[in-house]
Design a protein around this ligand. Structure first.
Ligand code: ACM
Length: 634
């Protein structure tokens, strides 16, 4: 994907041209950046001046510089050495920088990164790498590049402390190596938290000693592809060999890999709903007779959302709040999770628990009577409070999705707000710690362009919407907002390339929302940077969605029942060309200028975007049947 601007003299003659890349393309935008005179050029021999406690940062930087440039990079602790890059931990902490901030100074002779903590040095290194030519992203030696960067003075620190991405490794399993690849990309954008959604109806992904069936049975289903959610029910002879899990050694390795890159891993065990894999492994965790016949879900329909929330469950995927065995099961699980993951929180889910089986259960009725519980919210509240106690007994803090607020939890329960920002706002006012991840802006499983080009799910979030994310929305008590994150659910994500595609560029928008000062966010500047980062990701061979180059369709019906199509683009400066004659449009076809009326006998509309003479978007073919559906009643 090019920027469409290979002729710098044209760009230079038109300073306001939207084709002109920004002078600096740092994502997330730093707090302050001052360009000074001159350039720094990487010498043949690069000397990093550092002290032993900076080893992680030095090793990372050495590899990043050596691989693409082939330069000889060495490190010294002797301050007399003629350093190329100086890493400095402040003796007297600079209060403005906090734990993760840094100052980066580039002069023609030396690069200096100063921070209070090594995390700050690491983020300074990320910014430094983004100043280099894009070829710095190469995983192999590239010759003929002048490794030159402009002189700057940057001061930078994050807006919020919790800057997360959630990766659902339960709906589809992703290997340890793939999770590392995901971490490698996220740290480039200064994310510091990876939330692993480890259990769900489709798989239990974590070895638990003493509960072997969780991974012998619960980690495996039948491989199916297509539109997840409506797959046929697997037959008895279809092999249940699709899936996988992490051994406890794998988890220790991942935790270390993440920590070496200043990322904490938040484990999530999603209960009491979303628990079919656990129930299939140990059916007596269910309130429902006959759970022995259940199987780990392979994408067949198990919920009816038409009357929800809460959803109406077609199979009972809940742990039974009235069963003491559930709490001893959870004690075993949480004991081991607490030992494996050093992070101070454990996320215990709590979302989307159906109640229709609980309503039929004698055990639940008896529990309600015994405990004076008036409704199913209170039943789940009873469960959550007991789980919170178990989590806290292991020395960890309890976190759950915002449905836990229905259960009258004490403020010591931290809340991850997903149904909308309103829940997080309310929770912060009630003095719960809150992480914001509203589904209308931060859900990475949703499509980012038109359904004709995307793996189809129920809704879309384009880049512009993701960029509106504010982790500290008006009305919230900022003291209780820990930060924000974006969530990659993987029902419809079958492989790591698609996981990357769904994450980027929306991950850039989320990164800038959680790191940069609110007043520094600027859509026009941001999209210019996005195009530059696409080029970097091309070189790094990280996949991303080019959906910002595709047209946005608004379909309606005129008073005389004709289908009308209004087209726009998220990016400025794109032209849209179209056809209704089934041929492939190019820039010699009609250019879109005003609302189109679909010709009476047309069978499809085809669209393509250009920037000047360069194709930018993907060829979109939309059937007139589809347009008719989008337009609503004839
Ligand atoms: C969720 O999206 N069910 C937390």
């Amino acid at each position: 994907m090019g920027t469409g601007n290979t002729n710098s003299s044209i760009a230079d003659s038109n300073a306001n041209s939207m084709n002109r890349p920004p002078e600096f393309s740092i994502i997330p935008e730093p707090v302050s950046l001052l360009k000074t005179n001159g350039f720094f050029t990487l010498p043949e021999e690069v000397i990093i001046l550092a002290s032993p406690e900076m080893k992680l940062v030095v090793d990372y930087l050495k590899e990043k510089l050596t691989v693409p440039t082939g330069k000889f990079v060495s490190e010294f602790t002797n301050t007399q050495a003629a350093a190329t890059i100086r890493l400095v931990l402040n003796h007297n902490p600079n209060a403005a920088l906090g734990n993760e901030g840094y100052q980066l100074s580039v002069t023609s002779g030396v690069i200096t990164i100063k921070a209070n903590q090594t995390a700050g040095l690491f983020y300074g290194v990320q910014t430094l790498l983004q100043l280099f030519p894009k070829e710095i992203e190469s995983k192999e030696l590239i010759s003929g590049i002048k490794w030159k960067i402009p002189c700057v003075e940057i001061m930078d620190y994050p807006r919020v402390a919790w800057r997360g991405l959630m990766f659902d490794v339960a709906r589809h399993f992703f290997t340890k190596q793939e999770v590392k690849q995901y971490i490698d990309a996220m740290v480039r954008y200064k994310f510091n938290l990876l939330h692993l959604h480890l259990t769900d109806d489709e798989g239990w992904r974590l070895e638990i000693k003493g509960l072997p069936k969780l991974t012998e049975v619960g980690a495996w289903n039948v491989k199916k592809v297509g539109e997840f959610g409506n797959f046929s029910t697997p037959t008895a002879d279809e092999p249940r060999t699709y899936g996988g899990f992490y051994t406890q050694d794998d988890i220790r390795e991942l935790v270390k890999y993440a920590k070496d890159r200043f990322v904490d891993i938040l484990p999530e065990i999603d209960v009491p709903g979303h628990s079919l894999a656990a129930i299939v492994s140990y059916p007596d965790l269910s309130c429902t007779p006959g759970a022995e016949a259940y199987r780990v879900r392979s994408g067949e329909k198990i919920m009816d959302w038409s009357k929800g929330p809460p959803p109406f469950a077609l199979v009972d995927n809940t742990l039974c709040p009235a069963n003491e065995k559930v709490y001893s099961f959870l004690d075993s699980v949480i004991t081991q999770v607490a030992a494996l993951f050093p992070f101070e929180y454990i996320h215990m889910g709590g979302d989307e628990a159906p109640i229709n089986y609980w309503q039929k259960s004698d055990a639940i009725k008896a529990l309600m009577q015994k405990e004076g519980l008036k409704d199913m919210h209170q039943v789940q509240g009873y469960f959550e409070k007991r789980v919170q106690k178990i989590v806290e007994s292991k020395g960890k803090k309890f976190m759950g999705w915002d449905e836990i607020l229905n259960g009258n939890m004490s403020p010591s329960a931290a809340v991850m707000s997903w149904r909308s920002a309103a829940y997080g706002i309310q929770a912060s006012r009630e003095k719960h710690e809150v992480v914001m991840s509203p589904q209308n802006m931060t859900y990475l499983d949703l499509m980012q362009a038109d359904p004709v080009t995307e793996a189809r799910v129920y809704s879309s979030i384009r880049l512009g919407k993701a960029y509106e994310f504010d982790p500290i929305p008006a009305g919230a008590d900022p003291k209780y907002i820990k930060g924000g994150q974006a969530n990659l659910w993987t029902e419809q994500v079958y492989n790591i390339r698609q996981a990357e595609y769904m994450t980027w560029p929306r991950g850039y928008a989320i990164a800038e929302s959680v790191w940069s000062p609110k007043e520094k966010k600027n859509w026009t500047n941001f999209t210019g940077k996005v195009e530059q980062h696409f080029q970097r990701m091309d070189i790094a061979e990280t996949k991303y969605s080019p959906g910002i180059y595709d047209p946005v369709l608004k379909v309606s019906r005129s008073a005389d029942r004709q289908v009308m199509v209004e087209l726009s683009t998220e990016l400025d400066g794109l032209d849209i060309y179209y056809s209704f004659d089934n041929s492939t449009p190019d820039r010699f076809y009609p250019k879109y200028t005003e609302k189109l009326v679909v010709p009476k006998d047309a069978s499809q509309m085809r669209l393509i975007t250009y920037k000047g003479k360069q194709i930018m978007g993907r060829l979109m073919t939309v059937s007139v049947d589809d347009l008719n559906k989008r337009a609503g009643r004839r």
